[in-house]
Design a protein around this ligand. Structure first.
Ligand SMILES: *Cc1c(COP(=O)(O)O)cnc(C)c1O
Length: 422
């Protein structure tokens, strides 16, 4: 095989086997160059919601191509962006009224951070600190890395990262410590915003906490005039059982970031939604109060058309029923590992199931991670454990039989690890 010039993300090229090419995608499957169908049990890094190449979304993309390519998004606007914004306001928790477009989850969060700081700056009472939760992940740009968990991923860049107030993760029974830490941080009067993944901390190890805590954090934020930024980049579009995870806590964050499932996973697009108050703080005859942010491909019309089609899918198809059915499937299939001593922290949030394989040395760099991946790959399953944390986050079209195959492979892997054969 000739050596490829491609440098892949989160890939140690010295240790990885040569990569197979994927020739096409279909429903819950990736089909490789040899025609083998691989079950995409992690929705291609959490982006595919309904299934690969949903017909209505692909048709909308084709139709949009007849009229648009990229269009500058200052001075002019276009219908896909306008229609999508109206739809997002309708779908999002009540009280969010403005939509700012960008291209990825990371940029959606960067925009949110800038909105929060701009809000206080333009009001003439600047605040400069951001509070976050331990084990959080918000992206891989310098700003979002600053707010995420520090570790091997960002050690090289540490000197450039800014300081944040880090709240301890609310381990069951220790929720009060999280609330107290937030209250204490807020007392400085300097915390512009709490940036938080609602209910599930994804890349940090599928760590889950309850809606009551999220609601309580919102109350504390309100008391101190601190904004809440909900990073729903992963949790949005049904993953946790509701369209947005914030709904379960019955809260409206001041700023909401969405990306991954926004187009059903078909094209890259992100949106940062905010309240009228935040928009108004930037609306002024004084030009220096303008929101100074843009990326070249802001609100790409074809991506917006894909997202509009995704909203139609949510309106016209029984997506919530599919989400509920998948959540039930995950619960019944996970149950077999509840009392299994080879696993710990068996947990679920809606369509997301996760469990920790008990190994002597866990954590993200646990050597068991790549071995598990190879085990799953050999069984035509795309499952990428976060170290010793195994999780399944399939598209909503996945069948019970598909899911059973994934769970059987997890069971088998645990058996092999126990016998020292994996
Ligand atoms: C994936 C993710 C991001 C980053 O999104 P990208 O599109 O990869 O930049 C941000 N926040 C959360 C919670 C995510 O899961």
């Amino acid at each position: 095989m000739t050596r490829s010039p491609v440098w892949h993300p989160f890939t140690q090229h010295a240790l990885e086997p040569p990569m197979k090419r994927i020739a096409r995608t279909e429903g819950a499957y990736l089909v490789d160059e040899d025609g083998a169908a691989i079950l995409d049990a992690i929705s291609s890094w959490w982006v595919i919601t309904h299934g690969h190449r949903h017909p209505a979304i692909m048709a909308a993309i084709q139709e949009a191509c007849e009229a648009y390519d990229q269009i500058i998004f200052a001075e002019y606007t276009h219908e896909p962006a306008e229609e999508l914004a109206r739809g997002l306001i309708e779908f999002a928790p009540a009280g969010l009224s403005h939509v700012f477009y960008s291209d990825s989850g990371s940029t959606a969060v960067e925009v949110a951070l800038k909105m929060a700081l701009g809000f206080f700056h333009n009001a003439g009472r600047p605040r400069s600190r951001i509070a976050v939760m331990e084990h959080g992940y918000h992206g891989d740009t310098i700003g979002t890395m600053s707010t995420g968990e520090r570790g091997v991923f960002n050690a090289a860049y540490e000197p450039l990262l800014f300081e944040v107030d880090r709240l301890p993760f609310p381990e069951p029974g220790h929720e009060q410590a999280t609330l107290d830490a937030f209250e204490a941080a807020c007392r400085s009067g300097q915390v512009a915003a709490l940036l938080i993944e609602p209910l599930v901390l994804g890349a940090g190890g599928m760590k889950m906490y309850g809606a009551a805590l999220l609601r309580e954090l919102k109350r504390i934020a309100e008391r101190h005039g601190t904004l809440m930024i909900a990073d729903e980049v992963m949790t949005g579009w049904g993953r946790t059982g509701s369209l947005f995870a914030c709904e379960q806590a019955q809260i409206t964050p001041d700023i909401l970031c969405t990306s991954k499932g926004l187009t059903g996973g078909a094209l890259p697009l992100a949106a940062t939604l905010c309240t009228a108050e935040i928009f108004q703080a930037h609306r002024s005859s004084d030009r220096s109060k303008t929101f100074f942010h843009s990326s070249s491909y802001t609100a790409n019309p074809i991506a917006c058309a894909a997202a509009v089609a995704n909203l139609h899918v949510w309106r016209n198809e029984p997506v919530s029923d599919r989400v509920a059915a998948l959540s039930d499937l995950q619960r019944t299939r996970l149950a077999r590992f509840e009392a299994d001593p080879r696993f710990a922290n068996v947990r679920q949030a809606g369509t997301i199931a996760a469990l920790d394989l008990v190994v002597p040395r866990g954590g993200y760099l646990s050597e068991v991670g790549p071995r598990l991946r190879a085990h799953f790959r050999a069984r035509k399953l795309l499952i990428r454990p976060l170290g010793n944390v195994i999780y399944l986050m399939p598209p909503y079209c996945v069948t019970a039989a598909d899911l059973d195959r994934a769970y059987d492979a997890i069971d088998e892997a645990a058996g092999l690890v126990e016998k020292g054969q994996l």
